[in-house]
Design a protein around this ligand. Structure first.
Ligand code: SAH
Length: 201
């Protein structure tokens, strides 16, 4: 995966490559999906959701540049895979999932594999998770129409947020990197993506 899917496609940060190499993607999949674990694509998980394509996870993490002392927030736990990758690169990860069944399953997987600096919370991630704020890194794994204000509010000084933004129903989503400097938040577009929608409630 590292040699064929990640390195040749723009993942250059050695810490990110090492984290990607260390997390067993198959462990986050149902048994029948495991033979596909190292295919370069998103795969189905429970509740009609998906585990993201490894390249997309790696590029999102690389863009957010997590540092060893950072606390990170992930919105959309899904299988827990991206949270596990992120947990190798920062001090603590809080990940929020709105489907209780997915959250429970992901939490069990993360516990079983020993990712003990990840906390899985059930709730509407578009509200962020104020108890752990502010966050140096925020990764959003579902596409919103605009950027939810609570997520911007919970971004620390110098913080980086990577989020897919649905610009129009006909077009792919725009993956953006938002950065905060003081009161000012600016963004740049990374690349087009296709994520499941961020659903309210
Ligand atoms: N990061 C995941 C992939 C997530 S798919 C992985 O590595 O497996 C997107 C997830 O976002 C789905 O599980 C979906 O249930 C969840 N989701 C959608 N809307 C949400 C919301 N408002 N709050 C929290 N999670 C949400």
């Amino acid at each position: 995966m590292v040699a064929e899917q990640l390195r040749p496609h723009g993942v250059t940060d050695e810490r990110v490559l090492q984290a990607m190499a260390s997390v067993p993607r198959e462990e986050f999949l149902a048994l029948r999906m495991r033979p596909h674990a190292y295919e370069d694509r998103a795969l189905a998980i429970e509740c009609g959701q998906t585990i993201s394509q490894p390249l997309v996870v790696a590029l999102m993490v690389q863009a957010a540049a997590p540092q060893p002392e950072d606390v990170a927030l992930e919105v959309g736990t899904g299988s827990g895979y991206a949270a596990a990758v992120l947990s190798r690169l920062c001090r603590r990860v809080v990940t929020v999932e709105r489907e209780p069944a997915l959250a429970e399953h992901a939490a069990a997987t993360l516990r079983r594999l020993g990712y003990d600096n990840v906390e899985v919370a059930v709730g509407d991630g578009s509200l962020g998770w104020s108890a752990g704020a502010p966050y140096a890194v925020i990764l959003v794994a579902a596409a919103a129409r605009g950027v939810p204000q609570p997520l911007l509010d919970q971004l620390a000084e110098g913080g980086r947020m990577v989020i897919p933004v649905a610009v129009s129903p006909e077009e792919p989503q725009d993956l953006r990197l938002y950065t905060r400097q003081g009161a000012e938040v600016t963004y740049r577009s990374l690349f087009p993506v296709l994520f499941v929608p961020l659903r309210p409630g």
